[in-house]
Design a protein around this ligand. Sequence first.
Ligand code: PLZ
Length: 452
Amino acid sequence: MTDAAGTAAGGWGLPQERRLVTEIPGPRSRAKFARRLEHVAAGVGTTLPVFVEAAGGGVLVDADGNSLIDLASGIAVTSVGNAAPAVVDRVVEQAHAFTHTCFMVTPYDGYVDVCEKLAELTPGNDAKKSALLNSGAEAVENAVKIARAFTGRQAVAVVDHAYHGRTNLTMAMTAKNMPYKHGFGPFAGEVYRAPMSYPFRERSPISGVEAADRAIDVLDKQVGATNLACLVIEPILGEGGFVVPADGFLPRLREWTDTNGIVFVADEIQTGFCRTGDWFACDHEGVVPDLVTTAKGIAGGFPLAAVTGRADIMDSVHVGGLGGTYGGNPVACAAALGAIEIMQKNDLAGAARRLGEVMTHRLDALSATHSCVGDVRGRGAMVAVEIVGTDGHTPEPVRAGSISAYCHSQGVLTLTCGTYGNVLRFLPPLVMPEPLLEEAFDVVAAGFDATA
Ligand code: PLZ
């Protein structure tokens, strides 16, 4: 067991094991779920209806005493492990000192400390500044505000299969209709979509640079580069299916935005903070964005998000133009400082690479024996498998869902994603003990067999 996993497990005494004592969900979870249905709006979905009562390291313990292996991390959030002691201790200490002042009313150190860390850790060596917010969607909204203020332009470019959030502007920026947008329009204007590099679904092989030129052509012809305030792009698509663009795609887009005075915004909300085996996914190809949006992994489960970028761009907004009541809440900032400390001390980027090797190895083996495996892809501990029909191409969301449901029934929490809903994605906490990850993938493999 690694130091990080040892700390996470030891601190909270939760055995790092899969343990089933009832069917999933068990009777207590089912009773609680009935109450949930009575009181919680139907529009709020549920992936797996077990009620969690404790979580630590790589496991979730439910109301019936089942211990599930966590391959979701609350959608790429608890990278440092659930209830990581370094996070919890700082949170408790901060909560005893004070819980809120509103940074715009009276400032405090934690907010500034997080901004200093963000300047140090995000790509690029220019002077950088940050603004702190509550959610990923809010960070994306603010990045667009800042880009518009800086450029004096209005248009926003995004790509096919993108996911940027559920607020009105970010719904417009998100590609997928169901469930994110259906019936919720009208959407914000001045958002334009360009083709993405999606190697597995290209009709014929196309390089990253060619795919970028295809996107640039659409934006040049349909919007005009000089009308664009920003290009907002996830360096690896998250909800859209863990799509890794072909090498050269992001660098070519970066070059084009630079030449045309367009602010390049990397949405690293899902990919950031060691998830992909680097601090940020942009690091892999040496791409330095103008602005980076972060959230999720930043604070070990507390609601915190940020826009970080070149000081001259960040400072182009008038005083009072950015903010919000809770943005950079002191307790969330304390959590972030604890989470970042764990990532640095325990080299969680290295841990992500090792976990990624285990997962990729297991999925490659499945691909040799199961024709439904269309594509195995991802980077670091952000890995996915795209499930297809016998033609090797047609998306099979039902099969992906069945495999996921099998995993759930056996005590392994998996997620699906993708425009076609046919992608199984794996996001273990980066402190996951390797034997536990291997056990989880024994279950995943059995799920492929059981649904064949
Ligand atoms: N940008 C790249 O991944 C959030 C969404 C889950 P919020 N992804 C999980 C769901 O169904 O709502 C996300 C993301 C990227 C932005 C966001 C939005 O972040 O914190 O959920 O607002």
